[in-house]
Design a protein around this ligand. Sequence first.
Ligand code: OFO
Length: 170
Amino acid sequence: MLPKKVEEALVSQIVKEGYSSNLYLAMASWAEGQGLEGISTWLYVQSEEERTHMLKLIHYTNERGGTASIPAFEKPPVEYAGVKPMFEQVLKHEEFISASINEIVAVCIAEKDFTTQNWVQWFVNEQIQEEKSARAILDKLKILGENNLYLFDRDIMSLRAAEAANEAGA
Ligand code: OFO
């Protein structure tokens, strides 16, 4: 049985992962509208990943005897000021998610729920990758400059492929 405070922390993370999925979906849709096919594909894939994170939390909460209530999600922004500010927002959001995951670990320790503490380590590791890939994209944008969006748009697909290969080999 999940301690109440751990259940609350997991349910609050369901909201955040669901919002992440919608946020990246909104960004993907915006980028698609700008004709940026590589960037929008990267973001659509990212949105799907966030949905799987949300589902992981839902299943775990229910399997451990808690109730994974499904919330309404806040509407993400429709417009973005440009590709660089958008990816800066991605990094900021991932840092926020990392802090939130760390908070779940802290609640698990306080409540002596070492099973969930162990389970949530998957998210701790995932966040290292998520922050790393947002930083890698921003570094690339810095090198290429925003005037070279065509090259960046093409390159972002190879970044995604490299990440997938890394994950498969990990
Ligand atoms: Fe991008 O974060 Fe989920 O966990």
